[in-house]
Design a protein around this ligand. Sequence first.
Ligand SMILES: [Zn+2]
Length: 146
Amino acid sequence: MDEYETIMPGTILRASSLITNVGRVANPECEFSGCKRTTREGKPFCSDHVESSPYVKAVMAEIALRDDEERLLAKGEPPSCDGHLVRETLLTLEQGSFTSAKLSRLMDISHDATETLIRFMAKEGLARMSKTDRGALVISRTEDQR
Ligand SMILES: [Zn+2]
């Protein structure tokens, strides 16, 4: 009985420190310098600092590159053959042919940028360009891509 009473407090202490440690693993502190918020689901950053995560930074950098490509295209400047917009267009063309208006909506880029993109891809042999009866540009896959 004496032994039971002396063991119990220690057992409870160990158990509570175990619970605290488990909680700490499940809710680590945000890695952002100076931020003490706990994060969810073991993520390294809290929701305010998720942009500090290397993965999110990389994705945002790619989106910025795509925006740059669109800006240049809208000014009539040719894009890179292995850039985002050319690669996205090639993937989109696997679903069929598109007018410039439709491609512009699908890619969420301006109509001017889309037309430059279509002309560029046709000139480089990356796609085929034609026109509707009303004169709208149409882009489709080249024969050898079928
Ligand atoms: Zn944070």
